[in-house]
Design a protein around this ligand. Structure first.
Ligand code: B12
Length: 237
């Protein structure tokens, strides 16, 4: 089986509103599962959404309206597993666990990302408005994509911490219940607030701290998309 090219993978993903978010070459220390051919993966492609890119395709799918739990995870799984089978690989998911695959560390091996006081990774263009849906571990790399993979694998966390030089760090001032202090996150305080009448702004339009970040505001989630994630988050805490 020929390895799919990066252009083909990106093209197939775009029909679902998904984006190729870089790639990395697994090492023995990554301890990934072996593939169906009994070999280890040669490449891991990271797949995610940028802004509300996935919302039109997902919200039009049967998963969105079927009333069963975890519709976005099930939608992601159906797409990922079909692609993994097509290309002789394996799909890995951020929501499988615990223990969880270290998606944020993997992502930083494939594209430039920074850490942030909210613990979410900051992308230079879309800020905090991005997330991962799955990773595809494939047995081979198309020869034309070797330079891309080499370039991705040499990516390191951005040296200059964008958030440390951010004037006033509005994300740390915006949370009504001070759930973030740059060292940790008070999950209980956040969840209690979300379930209270005062928390309805976060529930309808998304986390106020995340919305306060000045980077990538053009990519902020559309309100229906934001509310969907907040309902899922509040519903499980
Ligand atoms: C567990 C988890 C949480 C827990 C964190 C508990 C904790 N103390 O660690 C909780 C439930 C609080 C959480 C919350 C959210 N999460 Co979360 N979470 C995860 C998950 C499933 C596993 C993290 C993990 O343990 N990895 C294993 C370790 C070994 O890998 P790691 O890469 O080093 O992981 C560390 C970081 O993830 C860090 N971390 C990352 N995000 C956060 C958030 C908080 C609040 C804290 C305390 C720590 C933390 O803690 C991990 C352990 O050291 C990941 C998916 C994944 N598989 O990575 C998503 C993930 C990190 N979450 C994500 C998101 C978007 C959120 C929310 C914004 C959800 C939402 N409402 O939409 C909220 C943030 C809160 C807010 N108000 O905005 C995204 C981040 C994308 C990005 N831009 O970086 C991820 C990658 C999921 C995805 N599909 O993309 N999350």
């Amino acid at each position: 089986m020929n390895a799919p090219s990066r252009a083909l993978i990106a093209d197939v993903l775009s029909s679902h509103g998904l984006h190729l978010r870089g790639a990395w070459e697994p090492q023995a220390a990554d301890v990934l599962p072996v593939l169906a051919n009994g070999k280890t993966a040669a490449v891991v492609w990271m797949v995610g959404a940028v802004g509300s890119s996935l919302w039109p395709a997902f919200s039009a799918s049967s998963f969105y309206a079927d009333g069963l739990p975890d519709p976005l995870d099930r939608w992601s799984r159906e797409i990922a597993e079909e692609l993994a089978e097509r290309w002789g690989g394996l799909a890995l998911f951020p929501f499988e666990g615990p223990p969880y695959w270290p998606f944020q560390q993997w992502a930083a091996r494939g594209e430039t990302l920074d850490t942030s006081p909210l613990m979410l990774r900051l992308h230079p263009t879309c800020g905090l408005w991005h997330a991962y849906r799955f990773a595809l571990a494939l047995p081979a790399v198309s020869p034309g994509d070797t330079p891309f993979l080499t370039a991705c694998s040499s990516v390191a966390l951005a040296g200059a911490d964008v958030c440390l030089s951010c004037s006033g760090q509005p994300c740390l001032q915006a949370c009504p219940v001070q759930a973030f202090d740059a060292k940790g996150y008070q999950l209980d305080a956040c969840a209690t607030h979300l379930h209270s009448p005062q928390g309805q702004d976060c529930m309808q339009a998304g986390c106020l701290a995340r919305r306060a970040c000045p980077v990538g505001t053009d990519y902020a989630y559309e309100s229906e998309h934001a509310a969907f994630h907040m309902r899922a988050f509040a519903g499980s805490h």
